[in-house]
Design a protein around this ligand. Structure first.
Ligand code: ATP
Length: 308
């Protein structure tokens, strides 16, 4: 195993008795992009805030870059970057003014500031926009500025809370390429998301639900180890087939994707296609075939998202 940048044991946060994060265990190695995948309200932001030292856990221990958190939070802040979910820069300052302000906060030497800011403006395609008020920029431009601000002081570890919620698919793809460039240059990254495709890009992920980690590992390993087989059906009566199948023992979930019904069948059934073929519930199906699992299937099988 490589060097560890984050270790959390039993990390918990209660708000008036409600556990927003409930006994989370995490081991994150240097040089990887680690994703928190989960729906709104599952505790991703709360977990991230504890890892950055901004929020004190109600229970458990947290170590980040060898420092005990929140005790060493002040020292830690110079080694981490944090891009919050909401845009946290100043809308009535220009791009340049925002970056200069952040450089002051991080204590970057005045002699080094100009060069570093110019480098980031160039890297994140903001040079032409340096006099633009941050409040007047598009979602994608703001996101690039927020990333530039978060890495200004060259942090070893970068936290990104749902960084691509407000940007179009092309900006999202481009953003992920930039994350891999940062990772390649030695930055470890923790990113939260509720997008499956985004989670699939991570080296490792933790699937979260109701403040707990339901599964964690490499996306491909999680798919291989899934407790269900995936079968797709075609036919004119998919809505009816779905309704009926959801009452059958051994069916984990059934969800329509375009002209196909995607059915998760428990691994306890050895031949899922034979199991679904020729039975009353699937009458009318014109095609029944087994397909490869994806991360959404893993998510459904490891959380309570199955039979809805
Ligand atoms: N300061 C607080 N006081 C009370 N409850 C809180 C507080 N902060 C978060 N919560 C609750 O804790 C739960 C987890 O919230 P959190 O923001 O961590 O989830 P999330 O997974 O980041 O969701 P989202 O994607 O919507 O940001 C939610 O039910 C939320 O309402």
């Amino acid at each position: 195993m490589g060097e560890t940048v984050i270790t959390a044991r039993g990390m918990t946060k209660s708000f008036k008795g409600f556990k927003a994060v409930d006994g989370m265990n995490l081991t994150i190695e240097r040089g990887m992009i680690y994703g928190f995948l989960g729906p709104n309200g599952c505790g991703k932001t709360t977990a991230m805030r504890m890892l950055t030292g901004l929020l004190t856990p109600s229970a458990g221990t947290v170590e980040v870059l060898g420092m005990s958190v929140p005790r060493d939070a002040e020292a830690l802040k110079y080694h981490i970057g944090y891009m919050t979910q909401a845009f946290s820069l100043y809308g009535d300052l220009t791009v340049m003014e925002n970056l200069k302000f952040m450089a002051e906060i991080y204590g970057i030497e005045p002699s080094a500031q100009k060069g570093r800011i110019a480098e980031l403006l160039e890297r994140y395609e903001l040079t032409e926009l340096s006099d633009r008020f941050a409040g007047k920029m598009s979602g994608g431009q703001r996101q690039r500025l927020a990333l530039a601000a978060a890495v200004l002081h060259e942090p070893q570890l970068l936290f990104l809370d749902e960084p691509t919620s407000a940007v179009d698919p092309e900006s999202r793809r481009h953003f992920w390429e930039q994350l891999f460039d940062l990772c390649d240059a030695g930055t470890s990254i923790v990113v939260s998301t509720h997008f499956m495709d985004e989670a699939e890009r991570c080296h490792r992920i933790a699937i979260m639900e109701a403040g707990q980690v339901r599964a964690d590992g490499r996306p491909q390993d999680l798919m291989n180890a899934m407790g269900a087989s995936v079968v797709e059906l075609e036919g004119p009566t998919l809505r009816e087939i779905r309704r009926k199948l959801l009452t059958v023992e051994g069916i984990v979930s059934a969800a329509q994707l375009g002209a196909r019904l995607r059915v998760l069948v428990s691994k306890s059934i050895s031949d899922p296609v034979a199991f679904l073929t020729g039975r009353a519930e699937t009458a009318g199906a014109t095609l029944i075939e087994q397909v490869r699992p994806n991360l959404e299937d893993v998510f459904v099988t490891s959380t309570g998202e199955g039979r809805q």
